[in-house]
Design a protein around this ligand. Sequence first.
Ligand code: SF4
Length: 193
Amino acid sequence: MEAFYTLQGEGFHQGRAAYFIRLGGCDVGCFWCDVKESWDASAHPVQNIAQIVEEAKKHAGRLAVITGGEPLMHNLTGLTQQLQDAGFETNIETSGSSALTGNWNWICLSPKKFKAPLTEVFEKANELKVVVYNKSDFSWAEQNASKVNANCKLYLQPEWSRCNEMLPLIIDYIKENPQWELSMQLHKYINVP
Ligand code: SF4
């Protein structure tokens, strides 16, 4: 769908220069999704992996973030292998709702209520990032946290349109449950993509 060089705004790698590769197609259907134009994969041109990697190499950073849409709707083995061969770290942002393919340095699982993650993604996730839209999402976050591996980092992130209401609740929750950390959408504050 698009690719751009920016700073990672969320989660464990927040603040790092990163080349984002956004793939078209998503069957999850979050009502608050801020990239609904990604949902229809056929609306976006098919691109050659070698071309994608060549574009990525034009920038100094060697962190590639594959996102969507739901990137796991595609088989990502070829893309991630060629990125790694070119010296990139490969990170994915996924809802975990489709089979895991690809070679990953970091898996960020952001589960969605609308289509549950697969067990294999829970087991391999390096980072669990739960978007908090309302109060009930704290117990839902804990349900998801009970399914990840012991080394998985845990993040709570306010849904952007609900940030003013949810942020104070998240701060209080993290102070009481310090295994969680706060993730803000830094890119939206510093006005980068
Ligand atoms: S999984 Fe991501 S791309 Fe798909 S609908 Fe939800 S927020 Fe949007």
